[in-house]
Write a protein that binds this ligand. Structure first.
Ligand SMILES: NC(=O)c1ccc[n+]([C@@H]2O[C@H](COP(=O)([O-])OP(=O)(O)OC[C@H]3O[C@@H](n4cnc5c(N)ncnc54)[C@H](O)[C@@H]3O)[C@@H](O)[C@H]2O)c1
Length: 338
């Protein structure tokens, strides 16, 4: 069986997912694409045999030849397409964020709950990274005791001029927020955002780096150093401190080079390099689940919680205070893994 996938938004990550679906993974093909920029959609379609180009996302979703939908357009447009996918009864994979406001996420939860089955998966690919998975396995096994703290760093090499301090939370730290909820299987109760001395590489008025403090519901604390202009590389760090030991992500390069006086290895240049295999694993799992008639991976509830924590984080950045995270009651639909 081949899942016919329609892709909405053929920008940077949309193109990468089209490549992945066409050349890397099994069980799926890209059957249709669309983009607000029609030339871009046509250029992407040129490289994919038998693909249709649609004028709009709505047309693509209702195309009977499209079995499942991938949403990789700009964040503020996700809500519309996810809702249309649910209305059409099709499985939807939505890149993060699920939607950019709490209200929009609420509408998606309401629609999916009314449909009575899980139709939405959100692209938090770190859950598929081998190192994060191994770390969660150790923490969950209890072999190093109950967790107390997690230290994390998310260092981006450089960002475009349009990037703001808010985007460090919404676009970068959102991944660490999802990891914290997943790692400890619980919600985030409060968030605080501290602003160290700003890097001279940041634009004026821009706080960079940020120190984001997440308080988990049971009191575990997670600190995330999030920076946009770390300069040297894309560097992802994580360490969970438990009562009887610690577990940390190792360097991601496969080899260590030793020469006179030094040992060294490659640091990834960007997120594409660091998480390439996680994206592959995430999509293969989703295709397999869609083939079996369902979905898998982070749910609309996970997307909702991440957006609410980010919103609360923006309030904490403005206020300088500890801000409690207020979530709605979780619908029973999300009690179990999909
Ligand atoms: N999981 C990750 O780590 C990760 C990494 C990068 C991007 N993303 C997410 O993927 C999404 C896309 O990011 P990107 O970097 O590819 O951006 P991009 O700007 O390169 O591409 C977005 C594309 O969507 C198109 N588009 C915008 N509005 C549209 C609409 N209403 N209908 C159809 N097409 C529309 C644009 O023309 C553009 O081609 C964002 O939500 C981003 O947060 C996730």
């Amino acid at each position: 069986v081949t899942v016919n996938v329609g892709v909405i938004g053929t920008g940077m990550i949309g193109q990468d997912h089209v490549r992945r679906l066409t050349h890397v993974l099994s069980g799926a093909r890209v059957a249709a694409v669309t983009d607000m920029d029609a030339d871009r959609a046509r250029a992407v379609a040129d490289g994919v045999p038998g693909v249709r180009v649609h004028d709009s996302g709505q047309d693509l979703i209702t195309d009977p030849e499209v079995d499942a939908v991938v949403v990789t357009s700009w964040g503020p447009t996700h809500e519309e397409y996810v809702l249309a996918g649910i209305a059409a009864g099709k499985q939807v994979f939505c890149e993060k964020p699920l939607a950019t406001t709490r209200q929009a996420c609420d509408r998606i939860l309401d629609a999916e709950t009314a449909a009575g089955r899980r139709l939405v998966s959100v692209g938090f690919m770190r859950r598929y990274d081998e190192q994060y998975r191994a770390m969660k396995e150790i923490v969950t096994s209890g072999q190093i005791g109950p967790p107390l703290l997690m230290h994390a760093a998310h260092r981006n090499p450089a960002v475009p001029d349009s990037f703001t301090s808010e985007m460090i939370i919404n676009d970068s730290a959102v991944h660490d927020i999802d990891v914290a909820r997943w790692m400890f299987d619980q919600e985030i109760a409060a968030i605080r955002v501290l602003t160290p001395r700003t890097s001279s590489k940041a634009r004026p008025g821009f706080h960079d780096p940020l120190l984001v403090l997440l308080e988990m519901a049971d009191g575990v604390l997670v600190d995330v150093e999030a920076s946009a202009n770390a300069g040297f590389a894309y560097d992802i760090r994580g360490e969970v401190v438990c009562e009887d030991g610690t577990v940390e992500l190792s360097e991601s390069a496969g080899v260590v080079v030793k020469r006179v006086g030094t040992h060294s290895g490659r640091v990834p240049a960007n997120w594409q390099e660091r998480f390439a295999r996680a994206f592959d694993a995430e999509f293969q799992a989703w295709i397999d689940a869609v083939t079996a008639g369902g979905t898998t991976g982070p749910s609309a509830w996970d997307g909702y919680a991440a957006t609410v924590v980010c919103d609360t984080g923006l309030a904490a950045l403005r206020s300088g205070n500890r801000e409690p995270v207020v979530l709605r009651e979780r619908p029973a639909l999300y009690d179990k893994e999909a």
